[in-house]
Design a protein around this ligand. Structure first.
Ligand code: PSU
Ligand code: MN
Length: 303
């Protein structure tokens, strides 16, 4: 085992016994939602995973240790500290570890640490991707590169249209990452069930997701798989409302010259601000929906 990795006892026991485990990220806690909703949601997501037969492992860097499985106190700490905790992507882990610092893990580093721990399935809200205007800025999330090189299944609700969804799909195709629609042939756009872009395969049950992941492993692929699970109909947002908020958030981002790792947290916070909390409620519901599917898929994979 990696000398910097700490696996929580409950997670370790489940892994040793071949029981289902689901990884969860912490950037969504520190940078994706405001306090105290972020902590409430993180706890509710863990409970949802338990209710569906798996053990949750929320991942973060604390005191320079890579943690797979957090205590309630650690989740509370990350939620309260919010953007005061460094957003940790692949390039950040060496510095955080060497300095004994804290970091909220993105999809990228959550995949890395999940893989080190032996966890195969990871549930979150949305992934990073190719930003609009990336043909000039070259702003492409490290999440896409991680999906190409780390064998973890990521279950999300698609990607927000703060990104260029078409270019994001092109990038994933180039990198050989299968993009699966759960119960749909269309890529969901996080707050809405539709984006106008198609996925590679439609899958309708956890058994088939588990079978595809198992086949990918047996074929010797080094990369992972992206499952996009549309937000439940009753919680989906009005497309016109969310599109207007995203356009406004993008305009403010550009006007304020926000760049680099700050771009995504800025846009996420702006969208929540502009939609008066409606989007936050949708965000919570879709994460719970993904947690449920991830737990069921992990249970199938463990059979
Ligand atoms: N998109 C969301 N919610 C999120 C994120 C993205 O809808 O919480 C977070 C995730 O942690 C993701 C990260 O891995 O932002 C991507 O950041 P960047 O675009 O800087 O790579
Ligand atoms: Mn970026």
């Amino acid at each position: 085992m990696n000398k910097y990795l700490d696996i929580a006892p409950e997670v370790q026991e489940a892994l040793a016994a071949g029981k289902p485990v689901v990884a969860l990220e912490s950037t969504i806690i520190s940078h994706g939602m405001p306090y105290p909703k972020n902590v409430e949601t993180a706890m509710l997501v863990e409970q949802t995973i338990r209710d569906n037969g798996a053990v949750p492992a929320t991942i973060a860097v604390i005191g320079g240790r890579l943690k797979a499985g957090l205590s309630k106190e650690e989740i509370e700490y990350l939620g309260k500290a919010g953007r005061g905790v460094a957003k940790a992507s692949r390039r950040d882990l060496p510095a955080l570890v060497a300095r004994g610092a804290d970091g909220a893990t993105t999809v990228t580093t959550t995949m890395m640490i999940a893989y080190m721990a032996g966890i195969k399935i990871f549930a979150t809200g949305g992934i990073g991707g190719v930003h609009r205007g990336a043909e000039v800025t070259m702003d492409i999330s490290a999440d896409l590169e991680e999906l190409a090189q780390t064998p973890v299944m990521v279950i999300c609700a698609g990607a927000k249209s703060i990104l260029d969804l078409g270019l994001t799909l092109e990038y994933l195709e180039t990198k050989g990452v299968p993009v699966i629609g759960y119960g749909t042939q269309e890529l969901p756009a996080f707050y809405t069930r539709q984006s106008g872009f198609g996925v590679d395969y439609r899958v309708d049950c956890p058994e088939e997701l588990a079978a595809m992941f198992a086949a990918q492993r047996e074929l010797g692929y080094k990369g992972g798989m992206l499952v996009t699970n549309p937000i439940p109909e009753e919680y989906a947002m009005d497309k016109a409302v969310i599109d207007a908020a995203i356009e406004e958030a993008l305009a403010q981002c550009q006007a304020q010259g926000v760049r680099g790792k700050e771009t995504t947290p800025f846009l996420l916070a702006k969208v929540v601000e502009l939609t008066g909390g409606d989007s936050l409620e949708s965000n919570i519901k879709l994460v719970l929906n993904n947690a449920r599917l991830a737990a069921r898929t992990a249970a199938e994979l463990a059979k």
